[in-house]
Design a protein around this ligand. Structure first.
Ligand SMILES: NC(=O)c1ccc[n+]([C@@H]2O[C@H](COP(=O)([O-])OP(=O)(O)OC[C@H]3O[C@@H](n4cnc5c(N)ncnc54)[C@H](OP(=O)(O)O)[C@@H]3O)[C@@H](O)[C@H]2O)c1
Length: 389
């Protein structure tokens, strides 16, 4: 492991150009906020937003990202200069990861991005467990393929970080690997099945509701056939396979967080967006819609605060850069199961000045009762249960 100093993170990100996909997402907001807070002297952040044109992308960034309470410390720090700081550092890119080159129409912008980008953080995904198979395949599998292909065209690329998911050994998937060893997975065949199903449904003049239901069912059936419990995790795993097998020489990091919940401490305690994973149960309980639920006290509920996930991503990028490694590295970011690689990240910054404290990625440091009762649940009520204006 390389040696680090208190300034290693700042030094690493100084003058860097980063592309982040899924920029309006929960996790990426926290990642972007932290990067801008610890190193305002990055060169540029290209933030890919699903939008029909750059104006809509910019508008979405302002309302759904920088306008959120999450950025209040940044707003206080910069005051009236916050807008000009953002204009200087951030470029809103209208795009869709399911398309080649993200479907970006402005070719001059594409050329600039290809020339400048040094780091790609690919986080865009559909996280709906029972998503339509065609949409999940397009976003989670082909989206990853399009992102790594974009990276391969960037001459200055240093690293590609793919945010994935899953409770599996901390090892890369091999192309065609399945969880059920008796089944055989061929991604081209899966795509063909989707096309055939869609054309079959269309010939029957099915309405949108029927198409959605049939495509959801197809996804669940194919996921279960190969041993995954849902379409989301299955299509993300296929995304890992295509990235790993087509990346060429691009240094790759894959992070696999478990169920991500509200901030533990940064930029402040308890920030969360929407109702996610197990929080659905808590919210129904708070509303009084359910008064109890059946659970197995022996089962480990693997939750991880979003700021620790963002910290892990940042430290993984740093460690990777110093080790100059071209191996794929998988980092499980959670609180139970296989995380030997993530432990190496924790060891790399152990005792390094303020880095260990400022980039806390050790879930063992969490007082879970205090965090859940006094931070996460109040945050859930404050940020996720208020009626929309
Ligand atoms: N949340 C968790 O518990 C969890 C756990 C493990 C792993 N992960 C992984 O972490 C990453 C972020 O998750 P999250 O919870 O932050 O998700 P999220 O809030 O739902 O954000 C997903 C982002 O992806 C964008 N996106 C979806 N389809 C797209 C497309 N076709 N083109 C461009 N952008 C698209 C969304 O844009 P719109 O705003 O337009 O929808 C949104 O910005 C994902 O890769 C997910 O698989 C999450």
């Amino acid at each position: 492991m390389a040696e680090f100093t208190s300034n290693s993170v700042e030094e690493y990100f100084k003058g860097k150009t980063i592309l982040v996909t899924g920029a309006t997402g929960f996790l990426t907001k926290v990642f972007v906020e932290k990067i801008l807070r610890v190193q305002p002297n990055i060169k540029r952040l290209y933030l890919l937003v699903r939008a029909s044109n750059p104006d809509v992308a910019l508008q979405r960034l302002h309302t759904e990202v920088f306008g959120k309470e999450l950025f209040k410390i940044q707003r206080e720090k910069w005051g009236e200069k916050f807008s000009s700081f953002l204009s200087e550092k951030v470029v809103a890119v209208a795009g869709d990861v399911s398309l080649h080159n993200f479907g970006i129409k402005d070719q001059i912008l594409v050329k600039e991005m290809l020339e400048e980008i040094e780091i790609i953080v690919h986080s865009a995904a559909t996280v709906t467990f029972d998503e339509r198979y065609d949409i999940a395949m397009g976003t989670n599998t082909m989206g990853a393929y399009n992102a790594i292909n974009f990276a391969k065209m960037c001459p200055r690329i240093e690293v590609f970080l793919f945010v994935s998911t899953g409770l599996i050994p901390e090892e890369p998937f091999r192309m065609g690997q399945t969880i059920k060893t008796s089944s055989k997975l061929d991604i081209s065949l899966e795509k063909q099945l989707i096309e055939e199903k869609l054309s079959d449904i269309q010939t029957r003049n099915a309405n949108e509701k029927t198409i959605t239901s049939m495509m959801k069912e197809l996804g669940t059936t194919r996921a279960n056939l190969h041993g995954w419990q849902d379409t989301y995790a299955f299509t993300k795993a296929m995304g890992e396979m295509v990235v790993t097998s087509t990346k060429g020489n691009i240094p790759l990091i894959i992070t696999r967080p478990t169920a991500i919940i509200g901030t533990h401490s940064e930029p402040f305690e308890g920030w969360i967006e929407g109702v996610r994973t197990i929080d659905f149960v808590f919210v129904e309980y708070f509303k009084g819609a359910i008064t109890s639920f059946v659970g197995n006290p022996e089962i480990i509920l693997d939750l991880i605060p979003v700021d620790m996930v963002a910290n892990s991503m940042i430290i993984a990028l740093l460690v990777h850069s110093k080790n100059n490694s071209s191996n794929n590295l998988i980092y499980h970011i959670g609180t139970s199961f296989d995380d030997k690689n993530t432990e190496k990240l924790r060891m790399a910054i152990k005792g390094v000045g303020s880095v260990e404290r400022e980039f806390n990625l050790d879930p063992k440091s969490i007082d879970w009762k205090d965090y859940l009762m006094n931070v996460h649940f109040p945050g859930l009520v404050k940020y996720s249960m208020q009626p929309k204006m």
